[in-house]
Design a protein around this ligand. Structure first.
Ligand SMILES: NC(=O)c1ccc[n+]([C@@H]2O[C@H](COP(=O)([O-])OP(=O)(O)OC[C@H]3O[C@@H](n4cnc5c(N)ncnc54)[C@H](O)[C@@H]3O)[C@@H](O)[C@H]2O)c1
Length: 323
């Protein structure tokens, strides 16, 4: 039975990946500095190492102590807007932290690595659905750090034995386990839920985009489907199958902000009245992914539609907020 280290495993997505890896029969160790994560998200019985990936010595010790065979690296700071104001904090966590992690990986002799990247590496794509071959032109320090992370892992794999891939997530939503929820104050689902709890109208920024209903279009993917893609990537890497350096992981279709709000109203069986405000600077009109490469190589097929995403996200939200 192999052992995988999940960095960022106390976070929203990492906690799902850790659970899916456990369910696949593997042993899991979580490493997280709890800067945005929650100790309660780490599954019971899973060894937890509370440290930063920036601390290379502590990471190397964890890799050795737990006889780790491979790493899924999700630990990062993630808000693009915040990164514009605090670029050096983002570069320290996402770039310095990943460099230190890879150094420990090489020192300890670990040869398997899955990296959590982002559709933010594309910036505003000229063509949607965007393919992996599209120009890489991030538009925030956050997006830059995710792209540099892809370069770091690829460069390391050129110089050292390292079977790897990078998964470029689109907008990750929903929940696979009620105890794990997206606590982000910046993402659409939690923002709408928080507004409803406060008795306020959810805010929609911009309804004058060049999209079918005028609101921004994004690619929402259920976190359970995304976590399953990690398990398949790990399966393939362990089997020695050669993978592309990067895969888009999204639903492969765009949903508008107004469609999401309508889905929330439908699932919750509530009349939702929204407040329309001006566009936010830097929001592209439409970003959604071409996911055929992941379908071909990872057998990736989404199992959850938008209503599933809303239902599971709301259930986990209630579980965590009402507790
Ligand atoms: N949520 C999304 O829609 C989305 C989209 C694209 C990419 N991603 C990527 O997915 C990954 C996970 O995102 P999430 O949504 O679960 O966010 P999250 O904030 O819930 O999880 C990130 C975790 O990493 C930990 N962490 C941060 N810096 C660390 C460091 N230096 N050392 C150790 N731990 C550290 C945090 O404490 C947290 O538990 C990130 O790499 C993010 O860039 C997320």
């Amino acid at each position: 039975m192999s052992t995988w280290l999940v960095t960022g495993g106390a976070g929203y997505i990492g906690a799902h990946v850790a659970r899916r890896l456990l369910e696949s029969g593997r042993q899991v160790v979580v490493l997280d500095d709890l800067s945005t994560g929650h100790r309660s998200f780490v599954p019971d019985g899973v060894p937890f190492v509370e440290t930063s990936t920036n601390d290379g010595a502590a990471v190397a010790a964890a890799l050795r102590d737990h006889s780790v065979d491979g790493i899924v690296h999700l630990a990062a700071l993630k808000y693009a807007g915040v990164s514009v104001d605090e670029p050096l904090r983002f570069y320290r966590a996402n770039v310095d932290g990943m460099r230190a992690l890879l150094e420990a990986t090489v020192d300890v002799g670990i040869e398997q690595f899955v990296y959590s990247s982002s559709c933010g590496v594309y910036g505003t794509p000229a063509v949607v659905p965007v393919t992996e071959e599209a120009p890489l032109a991030p538009e925030s320090p956050y997006g830059e750090t995710k792209l540099i992370g892809e370069w770091l892992v690829a460069a390391t794999a050129t110089a050292h034995p390292l079977r790897h891939t990078s998964l470029r997530y689109f907008n990750v939503v929903g929940s696979g386990y009620d105890e794990v929820t997206d606590t982000s104050p910046h993402n659409l689902f939690p923002k709408v839920f928080a507004a409803l709890d406060a008795g306020e109208r959810p805010v929609v920024y911009g309804t004058d985009y060049d999209t079918p209903d005028g609101s921004c279009v994004r690619d929402y993917v259920h976190v359970g489907d995304l976590a399953d893609a990690h398990v398949v990537a790990v399966d393939r890497i362990e089997a020695g199958t050669s993978l592309r350096s990067a895969y888009n992981i999204g639903a492969g279709v765009g949903s508008s902000v107004l469609e999401v709000v309508a889905a929330i109203g439908r699932v919750l069986d509530r009349e939702l009245d929204v407040e329309i405000r001006d566009r936010r600077p830097g929001d592209p009109a439409a970003v959604y992914g071409d996911v055929r490469a992941a379908a071909d190589d990872l057998g990736f097929v989404v199992q959850h539609d938008l209503d599933d995403m809303v239902r599971t996200a709301w259930s986990a939200w209630r579980h965590n907020v009402d507790d």
